[in-house]
Write a protein of this length. Structure first.
Length: 425
């Protein structure tokens, strides 16, 4: 683990600064859009645009990395993110913000793929789980810290847009000055979505539904807070609680998942997430209960992502994991694009509570489908399942790719040892 930190500290530090910038701009746009008089529909389109770009970036990033390398991709995209952030208050129009969000979503997705492939290369089979867990903690703490900066200036001015722009620009500095070598980036064979659904129907349906939950809490939480009449400090605290829950509950749930039928755990976690959503919908007028609901929803939805990946991998051969992860990411992205649009429509129809109504319905749908799938085939024995690894949506393709590559190398080495032993005999 020390060797990973020594070779990847610049990357982790840079990603921490990037996540502070990303967390600030997501919350700030929701607040500033309300000040500018944007309608809920307009804000839902703006927030949805991020996930359109995110989906495209995850597909194009591998080719970009292979052509010019990790450092150049990271630096170029971070510079573009910084420029877009500073332009938001200059062009306070829904169409301009929508285009900006597409660009930022594309850039952040590609930056995640770049960073995580780099981190995977620095890790080994023995410490990969720890390295990815540390990376996820850095990401989440960056978003939580960003909410504290929201109270440092007036959101109707320029300062709160300048701060994340500067932080994103600074994020590139340690990476450009680092002397650590960067890895190569390879590809593996593709897998059709039809084949993926055949391997793991629950994993695929769950990923699609969870995409809607993620995009609602990441894209529309600040819009909800503004509509509900919360103050800026309250909105910042509310948004932060989603990610505080993710940090605290990710690893207990992961520990449990390695010791029981993951389908039953998916049912339980989804049911608790749904209960948290109902709590927020019914008790939204009580700020303390609102924080509790955000903690529960965030604490359940984020581990669910890794849980669904682990469940799907239990039915795959190692050489298929990379392609399957790409398909899972695509399904999650489709759900994420639709999430803010549906949430915005519900908030227009039933008020701010539509935010929680949407997540409650998605969690309930996942509970029902997971129970149904549990009746369709026998559970895999616990001792034959793979380990739970904390992952982010952008990293699943990269993680799967690394697993597949290492499996191929180990298989080749084992075959070579058998050949050498036979020749010696």
């Amino acid at each position: 683990m020390f060797s990973v930190l020594s070779s990847a500290w610049a990357l982790l530090f840079g990603m921490g600064l990037l996540m502070v910038g990303n967390g600030m701009q997501g919350t700030l746009l929701g607040i500033r859009g309300n000040i500018e008089g944007f309608s809920t529909l307009e804000m839902s389109i703006v927030m949805s645009a991020y996930f359109v770009g995110f989906l495209g970036g995850s597909r194009m990033a591998p080719n970009m990395i292979r052509r010019v390398g990790h450092v150049r991709v990271f630096a170029a995209l971070a510079s573009l993110i910084s420029a877009v952030m500073i332009l938001y208050p200059t062009f306070a129009e829904p169409w301009a913000w929508t285009l900006g969000r597409v660009l930022i979503g594309f850039c952040f997705s590609a930056v995640y793929v770049t960073a995580e492939s780099w981190l995977n290369n620095a890790a080994t089979n023995e410490n990969r789980g720890q390295a990815l867990s540390l990376y996820m903690i850095v990401q989440t703490l960056g978003i939580v810290a960003s909410q504290a900066l929201m109270v440092t200036a007036d959101p109707s001015g320029y300062v709160l847009f300048v701060i994340p722009s500067v932080l994103v620009s600074l994020a590139v500095t340690p990476i450009l000055l680092s002397i650590s070598p960067t890895p190569a980036f390879d590809t593996t064979k593709p897998m059709s979505l039809r084949a993926l659904v055949k391997f793991s129907p629950l994993g695929c349906v769950g990923m699609f539904l969870l995409g809607g939950v993620f995009s609602a809490q990441f894209g529309m939480a600040s819009v909800y807070g503004a509509q509900a009449g919360l103050s800026i400090p309250q909105i910042s605290t509310f948004v932060a609680m989603f990610f505080v829950g993710a940090v605290i509950l990710q690893y207990p749930i992961g520990w449990i998942s390695d010791r029981m039928d993951r389908r039953l755990l998916i049912v339980a976690v989804s049911a608790i997430g749904g209960a948290g959503s109902i709590l927020g919908m019914v008790m939204g007028h009580n700020f303390t209960m609102l924080l509790v609901s955000a903690f529960v929803v965030g604490g359940m939805s984020n581990p669910l992502y890794s849980l669904l990946i682990a469940h799907t991998n239990d039915f795959l051969e190692p050489e298929d994991m990379a392609a399957a992860s790409g398909g899972m990411l695509f399904l999650n992205g489709l759900g994420a694009v639709a999430g803010p649009l549906i949430t915005g429509w519900l908030m227009d129809e039933v008020g701010p509570g539509g935010f929680y109504l949407f997540t409650a319905v998605l969690f309930a749908a996942l509970v029902v489908y997971a129970i149904y799938r549990s009746t369709q085939r026998a559970a895999i024995p616990v001792e034959e399942t793979g380990s739970f690894v904390a992952m982010s949506p952008a990293g699943t393709t990269v993680v799967g790719m690394e697993i597949a590559q290492e499996w191929a190398i180990e298989s080749a080495e084992a075959a070579q040892e058998d050949t050498d032993g036979t020749e010696a005999a």
